[in-house]
Design a binder for this molecule. Structure first.
Ligand code: FMN
Length: 315
């Protein structure tokens, strides 16, 4: 139960800015890492493997050993035809952290370990956590109820407690963490790191449109719908963005889509461009900030929360 040593370097806030489809790119990753928090992006945010390699070069060129480490997200699924080529680039460039989604595969884990990299895998159920642990990943990202993107359905206390009973690797908690005090609470529950998606959409460096960022600051938990209708597996979306395209909550019941990563990158992937994803934590996102300011605020909130807790003197 710890943060791997290689990721502790340069880390001054115990959290990861989560990889987000069409939202996270080099600018956000660099600003996050320079602020002392781990920055990440999905490999598929670039249209080609060559583009992916260029982004890594850009990030590695901008970061110094004093900055926090960065990571990439790989979709390990038969429909991701780029996986092999992207993994070769990842190994060649020695990306410090690889976050795998969907499949936890021993070959991918071994490839990353071969150069001293770390693999975290995101899961929504105990069964998937067990499979990932068997594949030898270094940490599990517990994607809980209310998260942005492909969220889980379990309450974080329930899922984290159950997995901590048998898992000794790094645990990362995901879902509705918007404030520094939320990250402090996650650590108090037994997580090693927090994982923040939605909060980082509303940063100056995120690739999301201004309309998307503004909608986040005006929405709250009641505006989030959790539906498989857009991408084939259940994900959280901002209802106002659906409604502005004529899609009502009732219509979602009749819509079906099949998951296909190549398709996600095709023109129809514009779905995610126009139908915006966010988690229930959006109600705690009220401003659009430069990432450095956001992380400075998160650190102050974290510190205030831990001091407040220490002063309760209840036990
Ligand atoms: C717009 C958006 C896109 C996302 N895309 C991805 C993705 O490509 N890969 C991935 O592993 N997770 C993705 N996620 C999930 C996040 O990595 C993370 O688990 C989630 O945002 C955490 O919950 P929060 O948004 O409540 O902080 C996405 C989330 C959002 C909001």
């Amino acid at each position: 139960m710890a943060i791997p040593d290689t990721l502790k370097a340069g880390l001054s806030f115990p959290a990861i800015a989560a990889p987000m489809f069409l939202v996270s790119g080099p600018e956000l990753v660099i600003a996050t890492c320079q602020s002392g928090m781990i920055g990440t992006f999905p490999a598929l945010n670039q249209r080609t493997t060559e583009g992916y390699a260029q982004w890594i070069d850009e990030i590695q060129g901008a970061l110094t050993p004093e900055d926090a480490r960065f990571g990439v997200n790989m979709i390990v699924h038969p429909t991701n035809s780029r996986l092999m080529a992207d993994m070769m680039v990842t190994v060649e460039k020695k990306v410090p952290l690889v976050i795998t989604s969907l499949g936890a595969v021993r070959d991918v884990v071994d490839a990353v370990h071969s150069y001293g990299g770390v693999v975290f895998h995101d899961i929504t159920t105990v069964r998937h956590a067990q499979k990932a642990a068997e594949a030898g990943v270094d940490g599990l990202i517990l994607v809980c109820n209310g998260a942005g993107g492909h969220a889980g359905t379990y309450n974080p206390f329930a899922l984290l407690g159950e997995i901590r009973q048998w898992y000794t690797g790094t645990l990362i908690l995901s879902g509705c963490l918007s404030r520094g005090s939320d990250v402090a609470a996650a650590l108090m529950m037994g997580a090693d790191l927090g994982y923040m998606g939605t909060r980082f959409i509303a940063t100056r460096e995120a690739m999301a449109s201004d309309g998307y960022k503004t909608m986040l600051t005006q929405s709250s938990a009641k505006d989030i719908v959790y539906t498989p209708a857009i991408s084939g597996v259940p994900a959280s979306f901002l209802l106002p963005s659906l409604e502005s395209h004529g899609i009502t909550k009732d219509m979602l019941k009749d819509m079906t889509t099949k998951m296909d990563m190549d398709h996600e990158m095709s023109d129809e992937a514009k779905a995610w461009k126009t139908l915006w994803s966010a988690g229930q934590g959006t109600g705690n996102v009220r401003d659009i900030l430069p990432t450095s300011e956001l992380v400075a605020r998160l650190k102050a909130e974290f510190s205030e929360a831990t001091q407040r807790f220490a002063q309760t003197n209840l036990v």
